[in-house]
Design a protein around this ligand. Sequence first.
Ligand code: F6P
Length: 541
Amino acid sequence: MNALVEKLKSIVRDTNATDIRAAFAADPERFSRYSTTLGNFLFDYSKCAVNDAVLDTLEALAREAGVERKRDAMFAGEIINITEERAVLHTALRNRANTPVLVEGKDVMPDVNAVLEAMGAFAEGIRSGALKGATGRKITDVVNIGIGGSDLGPVMATLALAPYHDGPRLHFVSNIDGAHIADTLKLLEAETTLFIVASKTFTTIETMTNAATARGFIADKLGEAAVGHHFCAVSTALDKVAAFGIDAARVFGFWDWVGGRYSIWSAIGLPLMIAIGKDDFAQFLAGGHAIDTHFREAPIRENIPMLLGLIGFYHRNVLNYPSRAILPYDQRLSRFPAYLQQLDMESNGKSVTVDSTPVTCKTGPVVWGEPGTNGQHAFYQLIHQGTSVIPTEFMIAANGHEKTLRHQHQLLIANCLAQSEALMKGRSLAEAKAQLTSKGMDEAQADRIAPHRVFTGNRPSITMVHDSLTPFALGRLIALYEHRVFVEGALFNINSFDQWGVELGKELATGLLPVVEGKESAAGHDSSTAGLVAALLKAAR
Ligand code: F6P
């Protein structure tokens, strides 16, 4: 691995690979050489600092790291999450081919299909009004209470698929901050509200606390007996759900081989299904399945998740770029960067290999972003002229859903393409100066101002184009990024499927609660923590 990384560094030097502008000038076929399609999805990586020598070596790196072997082990249900001793099979949840998927010798597909059917019946019951609230009124509002993977996927996907949303209104409560649930409850009528308590473990403090508050809301307004009509749950911990008092017929299970941040395809997708209906949800699953088939079958150089992962590794470990920006030119994908933050950073923000030794490469980058064009008026300045190179990933639909606003969509497309072109081409000092003098500025003034208007260019970007943001297209996009994270994790030789890094803060918060409540002394905590507790207690009313 290290030898191939060194080889890549020398290829970059010897072939001047980072001069992307020169590469375009020298090769009119560069776009067709370094872009690929899958159905109506186009993946263009020609504006990255790649050439055949770089790609050959990245392919060799993938082979050396055994990425294909590791991929096959995942799909085969092997215990690849070694620290939690679990298989990793979110792909089974969208296995539309319905071929057997074995975990410890047992085919999981009958259970997967049974839960999907139960979700469908429940979702259609809520949507049609057949399943009513305790007083016989139709459910108009559904509140998903969950956090992390039990929130980000449903929030992101429900926003993304707004044009398909013909079910009850959806609300999402995640934060332990009481403001979140208080602001949400203000909008609701108890008689017409359904709460979904979504938690894989059914122990997460935020979710359990918000669920208790919601339960109090129903009990106060409608009486304790009404609670059962206004709650349902999604969890792997069926015993804990029963203890909370939710009727077994309203509990939708999933399994320990589904990671939280990979769970949108499971019953965690129930709010999305209630919003868009089971047929469109099936289309969403089909989009994910299409990527799974492609990921399993396409050769590395034509395999989009492989390419995305290999380029990600190259940016991080060969070119030393510390972050990547996710820039969907689609307002409805406004939560997609936040979704990818959990998917990528919780999966690949690790420092220890699967062999329990320290990693010798750089692992996951910082992932961030906002939809265009809003981001252009906020942080693009730094992407264009800052001192760090930030690889960008653009996504755009050929067609918006607003047929009467075609002109606005054309403006959106023009802006998206202009950004990647500007990042690649840049503007030289001579060009900047010529532009100023052509507008009548004198030479001395132009010499002073021109350096501020220089763009170095050669800043890498990937652009992904789909036909329109349908349930299928969204499923495809999410699965593509899931497998990208997998490929990078395989190259880093880490376990992408545990998340021990979130534990320490949780443990300390539990210990600090009695101190913050004033029931225990802060002695034993560091002086900063103790000082902050004292200040907060003094100011508390
Ligand atoms: O933040 C840690 C985490 O365990 C995530 O991985 C998970 O998505 C989230 O908490 C919520 O967990 P649960 O679904 O068990 O409530």
